[in-house]
Write a protein that binds this ligand. Structure first.
Ligand code: PLP
Length: 392
């Protein structure tokens, strides 16, 4: 008997502890964890530097109100701004809060320049921005919004197909009430679909033309996951607002909104707040994660691990062309799209002590820690090959 509400269909397994890429179950089995809390444990389990950070900070100070100065938060915000397009940062506790705060920043900016009716956000149909009321209606997915009406107004949608990645007639979809376009740089839950660089540049171009804002949701694909610190970097596009979360806390709940100077001008004292957001314990963890991941050598290593992993996965795809439809993704955000429903495949991987997670469209999502070892990738490849053979 479980007293937890049944909003999750949980697998019958629990874990006692984790170390690096591995999880150890209560029934004494060792699992290669290529879920990592869905891109959250970016440095694996129990990273010694994070353990030390938490230990040291927990003896000093956990929480103070944002009514006071928080030097650890100042430090992390500075690092994020120095490394990216951003001029200012606002800390939250989760991805959904970060995307909602991003929407608030966009609306407040137009309000502050005397255009309060510019408040509609154009999003991609069936994307994912979190589970709060506004965030589910931003996603425009029936599965997430069904039964949760009345509809939160202010969002409307465009289609995005990765088979034909473009945004046709986008210009016509922008009207005088549009404040921003908000998209995930790589659609995660939606099936690991990167928006190509030229499409990102097109979005930026339209936003400039129409004088609206570009919000790139990097909650899942950001903080090194794509092989660059942000997934949009290679496109040279500069967004106005970027919500982040997942990987920045390395397992500790942290969210944040990064923004440029222009839009930050609307966020005057009293416009937004968070009781927990940016507390000293969270910020000290964030600083340690940031120091490790923002390092150029560390990011280059993700790129080379990714290249190796994708190459080998494509070899497996060639070997089983009737099972695997496509290998996709960037960095260590990888999807194996199957021809059939992925449930059985994921179960079999788990039976072989490899943990993965689903995404939309028959995709098996693979999210190793960013410091995964090449030999651990080899183990995963062997299991994937074996399961393909078994399922054939
Ligand atoms: C996970 C995710 C969110 C929501 O994050 P939570 O911490 O679960 O609220 C938002 N956007 C994207 C792209 C995500 O992957």
């Amino acid at each position: 008997m479980s007293y937890l509400a049944k909003n999750y269909n949980r697998k019958k397994i629990s874990f006692k502890y984790g170390k690096g890429s591995y999880l150890y179950s209560t029934n004494k089995k060792k699992y290669l964890d290529f879920v990592q809390g869905i891109a959250v444990n970016s440095l694996g389990h129990a990273h010694p530097k994070l353990v030390k950070t938490i230990k040291d900070q927990s003896k000093k100070l956990w929480h103070v109100s944002n009514a006071f100065q928080i030097p650890e938060g100042e430090k992390l915000a500075k690092k994020l701004c120095k490394k990216t397009f951003a001029d200012y940062v606002m800390f939250q506790n989760s991805g959904a809060e970060a995307t909602e705060a991003a929407i608030k920043v966009a609306r407040r900016y137009f309000y502050s320049i005397g255009k309060p009716n510019k408040n509609k956000i154009l999003c991609i149909k069936n994307s994912f921005h979190g589970r709060t009321l506004a965030a589910i209606f931003a996603s425009g997915s029936k599965k997430m919004t069904e039964g949760f009406g009345p509809k939160v107004p202010g969002f409307y949608h465009i289609e995005f197909k990765d088979t034909k990645p473009r945004f046709p007639r986008l210009r016509n979809r922008i009207n005088k009430n549009t404040a921003a376009i908000m998209v995930e740089t790589i659609l995660g839950e939606g099936g690991i679909k990167p928006i190509p660089d030229k499409c990102l540049r097109y979005l930026r171009k339209i936003c400039n033309e129409k004088k609206i804002l570009l919000i790139l949701d990097e909650v899942q694909c950001g903080i090194g996951r794509s092989g660059d610190f942000f997934a949009f970097e290679k496109s040279k596009v500069k967004p106005d607002i970027v919500p982040i979360a997942k990987g920045i806390g390395g397992g500790f709940p942290i969210g944040a909104v990064l923004m440029n100077k222009k839009v930050a001008s609307g966020m005057v004292p009293g416009t937004h707040g968070s009781t927990f957001g940016g507390n000293p314990l969270a910020m000290s963890v964030g600083n340690t994660v940031m120091d490790i991941i923002s390092n150029k050598k560390f990011l280059n290593n993700i790129k080379s691990l990714s290249k190796y992993f994708l190459l080998k996965l494509n070899k497996i795809k060639e070997k089983y062309p009737n099972i695997i439809k496509q290998i996709r993704g960037k960095g260590l955000l990888i999807g194996i799209e199957l021809y059939k429903d992925q449930t059985k495949f994921i179960k079999k991987l788990m039976d072989n002590q490899l943990l993965t997670i689903r995404a939309a469209e028959n995709v098996v999502r693979i999210l190793p820690p960013l410091n995964v070892k090449r030999k651990e990738i080899d183990i995963a490849l062997k299991v994937i090959d074996k399961v393909c053979l078994e399922i054939k």
